[in-house]
Design a protein around this ligand. Sequence first.
Ligand code: F6P
Length: 498
Amino acid sequence: MNFPSVNPTKTKAWRKLQQHFSEMKDVHMMDLFKKDDARANRMKIEWNDFQVDFSKNRITDKSLSLLIELAEEVKLKDAIQLQFDGEKINKTEGRAVLHTALRDLDNLKPEVKETLQKMKLFSEKIISGNWRGYTGKAITDIVNIGIGGSDLGPKMVTEALSYYKNHLQVHYVSNVDGDHISETLKKLNRETTLFIVVSKSFTTQETLANAITIKEWFLEKGNPQDISKHFVGVSTNIEEATSFGISKENIFPIWDWVGGRFSLWSAVGLSICCSVGYQHFEELLQGANEMDHHFKEENFSDNIPVQLALISIWYANFFNAETEAVIPYTQYLEKFVPYLQQAIMESNGKGVDRNDDFVDYQTGTIVWGNVGTNAQHAFFQLLHQGTKLIPVDFIGFSESLHGNQKHHSLLMANFFAQSQALFQGTYKKEVADNFKSFKGNKPSNTILISKLTPKNLGSLIAIYEHKLFVQGVIWNLFSFDQWGVQLGKKLADKKLLS
Ligand code: F6P
């Protein structure tokens, strides 16, 4: 079975969707709700601790069934199977795409199992204080040095799970801007800091420059033989990591079948492990693994990532929506959107299809957003009354972690009110002044999760990973390469030499 390669615009379903769009484009969701009492109940998926309500979209049952026809015509089922089977579906780099194998806890590859065990023992030593720095003191601070997928995923998860964190302070240095590193170093004591150099390739300019500067800073007081007490590495490139000075036993391997932007589940997540402990890290993997099963096994009509992806295609390719907003109603997920930006935009920001032809349809979602309620006081004006169609994902949690019910009620009242205001607007209501009117009919999905636990966070991240995979399959793209970042890197290198 070959990885499918179907031009979506040449399918029967696409033509039917175009026809259907002409019937749907002026329909107001308020009328859809009025005609159909059961809509809200039908257009939702309940799974584990998740309730995903997609009723507030400009869709009908017919829209959904045509979108599923599209998924079937582009052979989505085969594509999913091939990904999980470990076929080299990342053809332009000749690699398999198996981040799902990192969290397949009942069926781990031996090398993954061994690395998880190494992460467990290492993080336990650091947390307990048994790992000592060069003057015999316990570690108090951890600095993750990495960029892109070697930074955004672990940084986002560490912050998202800060409720579960221990005494260690975890810092992230990514930007080659020397001010970033100086600001971080000024908070640190060499004797009690552990540096994790995270680079899949171990050739990334920014990470190497930062790692070298930090090593020099360390050596101002420490001795070269102390490096092994303060520097560990995560990489596929053991040779480069050792020649940087990291001792072999301090290197945590990853593999070429783990894409950088999907690597937080691997040893790239070592800083997460140290911050919240191995048990919580394993729960994160467990949650993602359960979502993997759901994605692989559930019918498309009850499949959360598939439904979200199809609805997104509906807006991008038929309504010509250019962007999507993601608004988590929890401060813990403040870094979720920047993380998603790399995952989604580096994956599907492509204009050449799997037949190596330039495409003549829209691909790639521009994703943006910020946490609610802050976002309401920043850009929601444009969502409500602007001229652009911007579908929104609202993500909220039924229970707060600290149990402050008064605040949580305020937060959740806003969470529900915003999606209601977006779809209802002031439709068919008398409004004296146009500037006070809201057209409504603005689409959103509501993802309500019982509680922000490591497991639920794992499932949530996996939803978006699978969603972008589905969209890449439909758009006929190679979602797992990133050739688009090469030219700029080359030009920067040239400028350095000249
Ligand atoms: O610039 C793009 C990229 O290759 C990302 O895909 C990756 O996450 C990042 O750079 C960092 O790469 P590495 O982990 O090899 O340092």
